[in-house]
Design a binder for this molecule. Structure first.
Ligand code: HEC
Length: 103
């Protein structure tokens, strides 16, 4: 009578995979951006990417606190990525251009 045991194990594995998947999505999409911080950022291409990728650990308008050129922002964004920021490849250049114009 091993049938029910196998079904039980399959169910347990399914639940574990579902939990792991949900946790992964939550970590990526976690955002603590306040409406004020989002409004503080000038509306230009790249803003959506910054709000999406740079709001997990601090407010996205923290980017207004520094003035750097594109090379400087590349360095900083790469540091944020090393810390865990999830920047979509396709949005990277747009974000750098936005940051180099900000402030
Ligand atoms: C995984 C967490 C995390 C994410 C996501 C993140 N940052 Fe940060 N950021 C930090 C931490 C922690 C600090 C604290 C300041 C320090 O220790 O340098 C910081 C500080 C900053 C600062 C201030 C640096 C200074 O010297 O005053 C800027 C600007 C910044 N982040 C920009 C960004 C941008 C742009 C993004 C998105 C590409 C981003 N952050 C995403 C963790 C993160």
């Amino acid at each position: 009578m091993s049938g029910p045991a196998i079904i039980g194990r399959a169910l347990a594995l399914g639940v574990m995979l579902a939990l792991a998947g949900a946790a992964g999505v939550a970590a990526q999409e976690q955002s603590m951006a306040t409406p004020e911080a989002v409004a503080a950022l000038p509306d230009r291409p790249g803003k959506a990417g910054i709000v999406q990728s740079c709001s997990g650990c601090h407010q996205p308008d923290i980017v207004l606190s520094l003035k750097r050129d594109a090379a400087g922002w590349r360095e900083l964004v790469d540091q944020m990525i090393a810390r865990g920021a999830n920047v979509e490849e396709a949005k990277y250049e747009e974000i750098i251009a936005y940051l180099a114009q900000a402030g």
